[in-house]
Design a protein around this ligand. Structure first.
Ligand code: G6P
Length: 612
């Protein structure tokens, strides 16, 4: 979703801001803009463009901005179409203040009506513009940060903002409530950003702002306070992500690079989480006491999108490995339900970004009711990790492709390990059995590598099927989740309608769709439901559906039935979703590439959904 970058220092702001915007492109956006204070005339100059950052760059080439203080923004339209007028930054009536904003101001219509009555002139259809006019209204004989605080107190909704003013050109003000904002601390320069990748090349020392905090930056100072002006002391955290991790390294797309990173990431997770000496699963940042985990009666998993599918695999694994009733909800449903949870419930929140608005709201609801919350998250210091009782990091490195791949399999790996961790604590499985399982899990990185070796043949199959107008994905038991995830990947990046179904439900509806124009991806790996999947395949075959099967190596029976078989190494059914994920990701990727789609930044989607 929208991205913010702000700069104050000794360099020219334009290249820093432009580069930052490019680093934030992965979040998803449809227009962009930049404002820089021009010191010679003490004016704010603004450039904006609908479309891609390169469109803004073209404008900046012809009409560059000069100055050392500025803000920039990539917008993902909510209120008002992605036009030049609606792109941020927005200015006040006199063009003396500029604001960029992430989030949604829910009471903007009331505020706007009042401001218009008071004589303010609006130039856009955005909710954001009320912020800059409110600041203008209060900015009389008080410092910019005080005027900002006065304005923010009137807002209902969520925001992260960056503000500059010609009246105080050596100041950059930021604030957050409900949307993430970080400060990058440099030498004779400071930065503001919605997300670390925007500034990681320039500094690794980051301060994560918390809810209702405001920061005033100059090139060599920073002051954090609450909206009442009470000072808050915070130290920067050193982020060890390497910027090369956020580059393509010779791959055509981030998504392809991230798919290929999975064996290494899995290996790393297993090395970090399984103690070499004792063979026990360890989670150092997990602070919910073992005594508490021994007494929990049930588990609720909450998540959105791909993370939800990881959670669904987690539900099957937790129930079979730890024998604890485990429920799962998409966060947007969980947060509004009459929840029957309390101190004996453990809530596991899964989120790659740790900033997904609905998941955060779900966590707050759960904690209000006394439940303990453990979050599974990829982004260090994200809001989710700061609002949970325990954290389990997935250590997948920055994921740039909007469609999640490596974060998904990292979430799966961590969920399996978490199940063994709980089984250890609660004595649900013998040490011998846990070791046996972990032995099977340890084979996964190598097996993933074997699948990736065959990626050219998967690409071939994908291209052959890329003209199909719709896809059905079928799986059973733990691979029902894989079917959902496979369908999601395809629709996200190729825009082909794709549905995931529990294969047992096929007769209750989807079978009506089957004819020679329907492509059906069946997950039929060796498992206790294998024969049932074969029956489903027979039924599709007799209705002329075009079938692609993902099967276990050595399965000759399937080859006799269908032409298109993608073989994956044999694994325990419990862990098979880790392997099944790879051909499904590659299938979606190559179909989308063949259709000429923007794989890394699919239309209308955002990497982190920070508004409801
Ligand atoms: C967006 C992304 C998905 C992601 C989902 C949840 O929809 O496009 O890839 O799965 O949000 O994001 P999270 O950061 O909470 O895992």
């Amino acid at each position: 979703m929208c991205g913010i970058i702000g700069y104050i220092g000794e360099r020219e702001a334009q290249p820093v801001l432009l580069n930052g915007l490019k680093r934030l492109e992965y979040r998803g956006y449809d227009s962009s803009g930049m404002a820089v204070i021009f010191p010679k005339k003490n004016t704010i100059s603004i450039r904006k463009a609908p479309g891609k950052i390169r469109d803004l760059e073209k404008i900046l080439k012809v009409r560059p901005l000069s100055g050392n203080t500025g803000i920039a923004h990539s917008r993902w339209a909510t209120h008002g179409a992605p036009t030049q007028a609606n792109a941020h930054p927005h200015e006040d009536c006199k063009g003396e203040i500029a604001v960029v904003h992430n989030g949604i101001i829910e009471n903007h219509e009331t505020l706007k009506a009042q401001l218009i009555k008071e004589g303010h002139k609006f130039r856009s259809q955005t909710d954001t513009e009320v912020i800059v006019h409110l600041i203008e209204k209060f900015y009389k004989k008080i410092p910019l940060e005080d005027a900002v605080a006065c304005a923010l107190k009137l807002l209902v909704g969520s925001f992260a903002i960056g503000v500059i003013s010609v009246k105080e050109p050596n100041k950059l003000v930021g604030a957050r409530s409900g949307s993430p904002l970080i400060v990058g601390v440099g030498k004779n320069e400071n930065f503001l950003a919605s997300d670390a990748p925007a500034i990681l090349e320039l500094t690794k020392d980051i301060i994560f702002l918390d809810e209702d905090e405001l920061v005033v930056l100059s090139k060599d100072s920073l002051k954090i306070s609450d909206f009442e002006g009470k000072t808050i002391f915070k130290k920067p955290v050193r982020i060890n992500w390497d910027i090369t991790q956020a580059q393509k390294n010779g791959f055509k797309h981030f998504m392809l690079k991230e798919i290929n990173e999975q064996p290494r990431i899995l290996e790393n997770i297993l090395n970090i989480r399984i103690d070499k000496k004792s063979g026990q699963v360890i989670f150092k940042e997990q602070n919910v006491p073992e005594e508490k985990l021994k007494t929990i009666k049930d588990i609720f998993i909450i998540a959105c999108g791909t993370a939800y599918h990881a959670g669904l695999v987690g539900k099957y694994a937790l129930e079979s490995i730890c024998v604890i009733p485990t429920h799962i909800d998409v966060s947007s449903e969980f947060r509004y339900r009459d929840l029957l949870i309390g101190p004996e419930t453990l809530v596991v929140a899964i989120s790659q970004s740790g900033e997904t608005a609905d998941t955060l709201a779900g966590v707050r609801e759960a904690r209000k009711r006394g439940a303990s919350v453990i979050s599974i998250c990829n982004v260090l210091g994200s809001t989710l990790t700061r609002e949970s009782d325990g954290i389990i990091y997935t250590y997948a490195g920055p994921e740039i492709g909007v469609a999640s791949t490596k974060a998904y399999t990292a979430q799966l790996a961590v969920l399996y390990l978490f199940a063994f961790y709980l089984a250890q604590i609660r004595g649900a499985l013998s040490g011998f059995k846990i070791n046996k399982y972990l032995g099977a899990l340890r084979k996964i990185p190598k097996q993933m590598g074997l699948i990736l070796k065959e990626q050219n043949s998967i690409a071939k199959v994908s291209r052959k099927y890329s003209h199909f107008g719709s896809f059905l994905y079928l799986g059973r038991n733990i691979n029902y989740a894989s079917a959902l995830e496979g369908a999601l990947k395809l629709k996200e990046i190729s825009y082909i309608p794709a549905e995931g179904y529990a294969a047992g439900e096929m007769k209750h509806g989807p079978i009506a769709l089957i004819d020679e124009y329907r492509a059906v991806v069946c997950i039929a790996v060796s498992s206790k439901v294998y024969e049932k999947m074969v029956s489903n395949i027979q039924e599709i075959r007799s209705r002329k559906g075009k079938i692609i099967v993902i099967a276990s190596e050595g399965d000759k029976e399937i080859k006799a039935l269908v032409r298109e078989v993608i073989y994956i190494p044999r694994q325990d059914e419990t862990f098979s979703p880790l392997l099944v994920a790879l051909p499904l990701q590659l299938l979606a990727y190559h179909i989308a590439v063949k259709r000429g789609c923007d794989v890394d930044q699919p239309r209308n989607l955002a990497k982190s959904v920070t508004v409801e």
